[in-house]
Design a protein around this ligand. Structure first.
Ligand SMILES: [Zn+2]
Ligand SMILES: [Zn+2]
Length: 114
């Protein structure tokens, strides 16, 4: 499973002409799929439509349930709650700083730190 470095959504394998790519359905980010990582994916599941670009961060619910998330004081932009889980995602280049994501412990609103 790979995640979008832009918005942390799950990347889904897509055929782009002859090339296979990983596509983020949330923000449209694409990443070329190497033969190495290709093995991890199954093809044939054609995705009919790509949702319109929107500022929504989708996260893997399973991933969240499987680990204990640390919490931090952060104000939820949706409900104003002052505590949120947080985690960091490495952006596409290893040299870049980690991007911090937050998820409200009250309403599960998820956002990233800008
Ligand atoms: Zn994305
Ligand atoms: Zn909230």
């Amino acid at each position: 499973m790979e995640f979008c470095p832009e918005c942390s959504s799950i990347l889904t394998p897509q055929k782009n002409g002859e090339k296979k790519v990983l596509l983020c359905q949330s923000c449209g980010y694409t990443k070329p799929l190497t033969s190495k990582s290709e093995k991890k994916y199954r093809y044939g599941d054609k995705i009919d439509h790509i949702p319109e670009k929107e500022e929504v961060v989708v996260i893997d619910e399973e991933m969240l349930e499987q680990r204990t998330m640390p919490t931090v004081r952060a104000v939820c932009p949706k409900c104003g709650h002052k505590e949120a889980y947080y985690w960091q995602v490495q952006t596409r280049s290893g040299d870049e700083a980690m991007t911090t994501f937050y998820r409200c412990t009250n309403c599960s609103q998820t956002w990233r730190e800008y």
